[in-house]
Structures are given as structure tokens and as C-alpha cells.
Design a protein around this ligand. Structure first.
Ligand code: GAL
Length: 398
């Protein structure tokens, strides 16, 4: 009974959104009141009362990509905890980095009658079947962290992914003081992420846009010549794939004693592979500057040990809070725009220009703020309450 009322309200909200987009008032109010009266009518004619929906606000499907990459275990746990504490029933799945499995997992959630879907896509272009079914069922979709390229998506919650990249690029520029490098030349290599992950392009472009002027000036020299996205991409963000490519590059271009100064990696799982390759296959005595992203435990250890220089930290606990608050507003038919941000209690931007679910179809997005972590500010991670510093100086996630 309650579910039908919620669904009808949702349909009203969605209908209003389709006509007028989130944040406008007139058409939505009209659609909502029509939806309410239809639902009330339907409710009156209902014969057998269904079992009342679970206490709380409804049922949420949470589809995470994999457990093989550390951060998604945290995302899944934080999202599940946030929604359960808010009174929702949850279905949490991890799809082992298999796009077809993720389609099935989402279809099962739809069959289970979820009221909203929270999806971190394995492949942003491979979920159309499930997304179209969600749309037909009137189930709103929040694209979580990685954008799904399907118009069934109602909202996108992530970090400013382009800024993740610019932070990495700017870190290299600042650490080597490239602005004042004169005739000095620094050798650099690049590794980004999974081509199926819509984020990878933003990370890579953000970083490359910062370092490109120094490559053009000759201050930075990509010895392997590999600077295009396809050449530097890493299938499924795999540590082993990043390791093997780094070993090949070191064997081909640095075995003659050429010094390697920087390896710009888009995230920690790839940085881990690159650091292992440098340890095993690079003969130079200098410390190579390595970037990363996510604050994975093994990489934080490498940062303490001087084997990685920085990581871009994204507080995914805050990402889960923003997702909860947005889902609640969506299900209650509230305005889903910048006015929500004050309820989040975390720094977040409302962006209606940067992301599209299809050509020209802008996706309203809530983007949290990433930050740079080095050995000098590891305490910032401890201060989040999400990490503990051991007596050995290494951090572990709580
Ligand atoms: C990206 C995500 C990053 C990165 C990668 C690995 O989409 O935004 O945090 O770690 O996936 O899962």
C-alpha cells in the first residue's frame, strides 16, 4: 500500500522532473497532487491489504562494482550503514567487476521492488538494459561515484573528478618547481585507469592539462612517448596490469641508465603496481615521485616508507551521507538542487553543467571535494575518524 503511494508520488516527481527538471515548482506541484489523488484512489480500491512495507522509508538497492579494489568495500559498508540507520531496508551487491553480473544484480533489485537504486557502475555504458527497466518501473537512479551514461539516471553523486587529476598534476609541478626549472628536464611516465570507467578520462585530462605545457616546453619528457589515454589506460584498474606495463616501459626505455623522475598514476591500485615495478626493475638510485588516489592502506604504507609521494583522498563516508540525504529528498518529492547542500554537513558543489548522461542531457550532480595527502599530513586522515595510526606509524582503515 505504502509502496504504491511512494511510487505514485515518485512518478509525479519524476514526471514533473522530466517536464521541468529538478528545482522548479509549478509543474511538479501539479503532477504531485495528481499523483497523490491517483494513489489515494488506487489505495481505496485495493482489496487485500498487502503486508505493510518494512518500517522506515522504503527499500534501497546498492550496487557496487567489486570487492577487489579496497575503496568499494568502504563505500558499500558506509552506504549500507547510512541507509539502514535511516530506517531503510537495503540490498547490497558487489558484481566482481563483471558488467553482465551487475546488470543481473540490478534487475534482481528491481524485481525485489526497491524504491531507489544507488549504482557505482563497472562500465558506464553497459547498464542500459537494467537502467531502462528501472525507468519503466519508475525507480529513480542515483549514479554513485562513476557516471552511468543512460538518461534513466536522476542524479550523480561523486567527487570533482577533473580536480582529482589537476591535484595530481599540480603536485608534480610544485614538487619539482617546474615553473623555475630553467633548462632542467625531468623524465615522466603516465598511468591512468579503466577505459570503461567514466571517471578515468576526467582524472587523466585533469592531470594532463596541468603538465602538458611543461611537456611542450621540454621540461617534462615522456621517454616512452606514451601520452594518449588508450596507451596509458589500465583495464579494471588492475595492479597487475599496471605492474606489467611499467616493467615493460622500464625494460624498454630505462635499462640504459636513463633516470626516471616521476610516474603519474591516477589511483592507488595502479600506483601500487608501478611502485612494485620500480622496486624490481628500475636501477636508478633516485626516489621516483609517484601519485595516487583513494588512500588505500598499502599505498599509505608506501607513503610512510617513501615509495609513493602522494595520494588524493576522497572521504567516501561523506559521499555516502550525501547520497543518503539526496535519496531521502528524492523519495519525499523535495527539491533536489543546491538547496539540499546545507543538510549534508559536508563541503559539496551542485553542478548542472559538467556531466551528461547522453549528448546534451546534463545530469544534475553533487560533487564533493578531494584533498592531497602526503607523509606530512597523514594526521588529517586520522582526524576523519576513519583511520587509525598504529605504533609502527602505519595507518589502517577503521
Ligand atoms: C574510480 C574511483 C577512484 C578509483 C577507481 C578504482 O572510479 O572514483 O576512486 O580508485 O575507480 O576503483
Amino acid at each position: 500500500m505504502k509502496k504504491k503511494l511512494v511510487a505514485a508520488l515518485m512518478a509525479g516527481c519524476m514526471a514533473a522532473t522530466m517536464f521541468a527538471g529538478c528545482g522548479s515548482s509549478a509543474p511538479k506541484e501539479e503532477a504531485k497532487s495528481e499523483a497523490k489523488s491517483e494513489a489515494a484512489e488506487e489505495e481505496k480500491t485495493e482489496e487485500a491489504a498487502e503486508t505493510p512495507a518494512a518500517e522506515g522509508s522504503g527499500k534501497v538497492g546498492i550496487a557496487m562494482p567489486t570487492q577487489s579494489l579496497e575503496r568499494w568495500n568502504r563505500d558499500g559498508a558506509y552506504l549500507d550503514e547510512q541507509f539502514k540507520n535511516a530506517g531503510y531496508e537495503t540490498i547490497l551487491t558487489y558484481s566482481d567487476n563483471k558488467a553482465e553480473q551487475q546488470v543481473n544484480d540490478i534487475q534482481n533489485m528491481i524485481a525485489e521492488g526497491v524504491d531507489v537504486l544507488i549504482v557505482a557502475a563497472i562500465d558506464g555504458e553497459a547498464l542500459n538494459t537494467a537502467m531502462n527497466e528501472a525507468s519503466e518501473a519508475g525507480i529513480p537512479v542515483i549514479s554513485y561515484d562513476r557516471l552511468i551514461l543512460n538518461d534513466a539516471v536522476s542524479y550523480y553523486v561523486s567527487f570533482d573528478n577533473y580536480t582529482v587529476g589537476t591535484l595530481q598534476g599540480q603536485f608534480v609541478v610544485d614538487a619539482l618547481d617546474l615553473e623555475n626549472a630553467g633548462d632542467a628536464v625531468y623524465n615522466i611516465e603516465l598511468t591512468t585507469g579503466d577505459p570503461a570507467d567514466n571517471n578515468a578520462g576526467y582524472f587523466f585530462n585533469g592531470a594532463y592539462d596541468v603538465i602538458k605545457p611543461y611537456i611542450e616546453k621540454g621540461t617534462l619528457n615522456v621517454v616512452s612517448g606514451q601520452t594518449d589515454f588508450a596507451s596509458v589506460a589500465t583495464e579494471q584498474w588492475s595492479t597487475d596490469v599496471a605492474l606489467e606495463r611499467a616493467q615493460n616501459i622500464l625494460g624498454s626505455y630505462y635499462a640504459d641508465g636513463t633516470q626516471l623522475d616521476v610516474w603519474l598514476c591516477s589511483n592507488d591500485s595502479t600506483a601500487l603496481g608501478v611502485a612494485q615495478a620500480i622496486e624490481s626493475d628500475y636501477a636508478g638510485k633516485n626516489t621516483v615521485l609517484i601519485t595516487g588516489q583513494d588512500g588505500d592502506e598499502a599505498n599509505l604504507k608506501n607513503i610512510v616508507d617513501g615509495k609513493q609521494t602522494m595520494t588524493v583522498y576522497k572521504n567516501v563516508s561523506n559521499e555516502a551521507i550525501v547520497t543518503l540525504k539526496l535519496a531521502q529528498a528524492l523519495l519525499e518529492g523535495k527539491e533536489c538542487d543546491a538547496s539540499l547542500i546545507e543538510e549534508f554537513g559536508v563541503e559539496c558543489a551542485y553542478d548542472t553543467e559538467s556531466y551528461e548522461t547522453s549528448a546534451g542531457n546534463k545530469c544534475p550532480s553533487f560533487l564533493l571535494v578531494p584533498s592531497v595527502i602526503t607523509k606530512d599530513n597523514l594526521q588529517d586522515l586520522v582526524d576523519t575518524g576513519l583511520y587509525t595510526m598504529g605504533s609502527d606509524g602505519y595507518l589502517s582503515a577503521n
